[in-house]
Design a protein around this ligand. Structure first.
Ligand code: AMP
Ligand code: TRP
Length: 323
């Protein structure tokens, strides 16, 4: 199992329910490697001090959420230089047309003043992250499915050109809350950019404010509680979030409510209780940065062992000299 998350701003409820929740569950099922992808953050300019701080805070948050360094490997991408090395090779494996079709690139470049080459080749680095570790499964939110498809295509293409080298991975997308929507505009996904502070719930946000935002979530003008994301995105989003926090299916939850008020109140309570222990653990971890640094050093050592083995094989396949 391998997955990654960018240290670009605060972690929001969509990251937690769509991805991190599965990471924690999965770590007991298979060997798991989780990565803070700081190099991916550099596709847009970052303030160095801020990047240093958010990388550390994100690692602490992953531990607070329940990533257990005694069973899973947690590391920072730039600590393992094999990621950039393989990335170049995969840039030479992917086509211009494939990269141009990526919807995340289209969205992010559409109204950007400056579009870096890295924003365009981002999926090659992501594929490198995954393919270095003989990954079978990649737990991600729905928005990453297209990048995973491309990763599979690149693995297959490389294998057929140069001989069996990479495991072809599968995406594992959460069954519920794979796409948590913005509370104020439920037709777009919740994201950590600060365009919609009222529509976004941050994992470390004040819990009273969390409850208030959920109680003020936009729904619709009907008054029927039904799970139907296409026609009732606001109500379905609340049901999905409540389902992720309680483990009850959204359709089943829908049958328990006749009005929006109680659904919002219960969702607010469930999210608050879901976040409370995470915030408490985060506060503890934040007081011991040396402990987290130690976890990351050990994680990078472990990751590098695996990555170096894979790179040795790739170099041999390509006719590059052995090191
Ligand atoms: P990022 O913050 O873009 O690095 O995303 C980290 C992980 O969170 C990825 O697996 C995303 O698919 C997932 N994710 C981000 N936003 C959402 C959302 N609104 N709903 C569900 N999953 C999400
Ligand atoms: N591209 C992913 C995102 O935006 C983050 C990511 C980078 C990732 N490398 C990865 C996810 C490898 C899974 C596996 O969310």
């Amino acid at each position: 199992m391998f997955s990654g998350i960018k240290p670009t701003g605060p972690v929001q409820l969509g990251n937690l329910l769509g991805a991190l929740r599965t990471w924690v569950e999965d770590q007991h099922r298979a060997e798991s490697i989780y990565c803070v992808v700081d190099l991916h953050a550099l596709t847009v300019p970052q303030d160095p001090e801020v990047l240093r701080r958010t990388t550390m805070e994100l690692a602490q948050l992953l531990l607070a959420v329940g990533i257990d360094p005694s069973v899973a490997t947690l590391f920072v991408q730039s600590d393992v230089p094999e990621h950039t090395e393989l990335s170049w090779i995969l840039e030479c494996t992917v086509s211009f047309g494939e990269l141009r079709r990526m919807t995340q690139f289209k969205d992010k470049s559409a109204d950007a003043e400056f579009v870096s080459g890295g924003l365009f080749t981002y999926p090659a680095l992501m594929a490198a992250d995954i393919l270095l570790y003989d990954t079978n499964e990649v737990p991600v939110g729905e928005d990453q499915r297209q990048h995973l498809e491309l990763t599979r295509d690149l693995a297959t293409r490389f294998n057929s050109r140069y001989g069996e080298t990479f495991v072809v991975p599968e995406a594992t997308v959460a069954r519920v809350a794979a796409r948590v929507m913005d509370l104020q505009d439920p037709t777009r996904k919740m994201s950590k950019s600060d365009e919609s502070p009222q529509g976004t719930i941050l994992v470390l946000e004040d819990l009273d404010q969390v409850a208030r935002k959920i109680r003020r979530a936009v729904t619709d003008t009907e008054n029927e509680v039904r799970f139907d994301p296409a026609i009732k995105p606001g109500v379905s989003n609340l049901l999905g979030v409540l389902a992720a926090c309680t483990g009850v299916a959204p359709q089943e939850l829908a049958s328990r409510y006749t009005q929006y008020g109680p659904l919002k109140a219960d969702t607010a309570d469930a999210v608050v209780e879901y976040l409370r222990p995470i915030q408490a653990r985060y506060a503890e971890l934040a007081s011991d940065p040396a402990g987290t640094r130690e976890v990351l050093v050990r994680g990078a050592e472990r990751a590098r062992e695996l990555a170096a083995l894979k790179m040795a094989l790739v170099r041999e396949r390509l006719g590059l000299p052995a090191r």
